[in-house]
Design a protein around this ligand. Sequence first.
Ligand SMILES: [Zn+2]
Length: 170
Amino acid sequence: MSWKSLTSAALIASIAEDASLMSLAEAAAHLTARDIIIAEYGEPGAAYQRKYCEVWNVKKDFPWFPADKMLINKDFKKVLGVAFRKLQERGQHTEIKTFDGCYNHRLSVGLKVLSLHAWALAIDMNAKENPLKGAVRWSAGFLQTMRECGIYCGADWKRKDGMHFAMFNG
Ligand SMILES: [Zn+2]
């Protein structure tokens, strides 16, 4: 059964343990993102990684980045590279203090669906300052630059995930 045939309440309940923190639009966006990702890349795992991911030596391209390397989806790497360059041009890259993960095979915290991190299609940064369901401490300019580059910000969700930046809205 497709999630599109669920009632609003059932849709939210099907995805969120903390359903009250999510809007219907947000729950639908999360599931739509996963439908698109699976259609485009398939299920995550070793075969997916061999085909679509690479180890990015980030520091070689961006010496200011707080980690040497990360395993990342190649398409997301391109998008993130453009965003990092733009942040740098605008002097906003100095807001990035910690790298808190890209690839991680797990469910989204508090949700019953696979995290975009399972596909290495999302990156977490400054996690301590921007906790899940908590405060967002990025500047408005920083978030705007990320959006302009086509990156979805967890800071924009009703169920805030300020550390989270991704290639799809989920
Ligand atoms: Zn994340």
